[in-house]
Write a protein of this length. Structure first.
Length: 143
């Protein structure tokens, strides 16, 4: 229900990044609908998540059938395949999901994500690298 914030969040891709993200959202008491095309991963996550679906998220009709259009927020956590990531963002935007977050692995990937309508683009590897650099420098100053 779109009027029901905080409400549920769709997470596409249960790799290392998407898996940790989904787990953290659950611990923050959010309902998560997770989608991954890998049946083993879906099986592995099925006890922890309220809803996990095995599906190809690039397909708009499949997403509609899963009820994704009712969600206000979605995160595309696919990294390795730029094509799958871009097509999934496009499908979510076409469905009218108002807040689409997408993971980029390069500056060009980020540009494409923004041009197909992603509302927020995130760079987990770059952000973590920067964060750890700051941690190390701070510790060198303090200890
Ligand atoms: P991570 O670094 O988070 O482990 P990765 O870059 O190694 O991710 P990816 O190939 O980006 O791995 O895939 C992340 C997850 O997204 C995988 O579990 C994969 O099965 C899933 N995935 C990839 N393409 C699709 C798709 N079209 N539909 C649904 N899930 C997908």
């Amino acid at each position: 229900d779109r009027d029901n914030e905080p409400g549920g969040i769709v997470v596409v891709g249960l790799g290392r990044f998407g898996g940790h993200l989904a787990g953290a959202l659950i611990r923050l008491d959010h309902e998560v609908l997770a989608i991954d095309r890998n049946a083993d991963l879906v099986q592995r996550w099925s006890d922890q998540l309220d809803r996990v679906a095995q599906a190809d998220a690039t397909d708009e009709d499949t997403l509609r059938q899963l009820g994704v259009a009712e969600f206000r927020r979605a995160v595309v956590a696919i990294g390795a395949s730029v094509e799958a990531s871009v097509l999934t963002v496009l499908a979510l935007v076409e469905l009218g999901v108002p807040q689409v977050w997408a993971r980029a692995t390069s500056a060009k990937h980020a540009k494409i994500l923004a041009s197909v309508g992603a509302h927020h683009v995130i760079f987990p590897e770059a952000e973590t690298g920067e964060h750890v650099a700051h941690l190390i420098v701070t510790r060198m100053l303090n200890f």
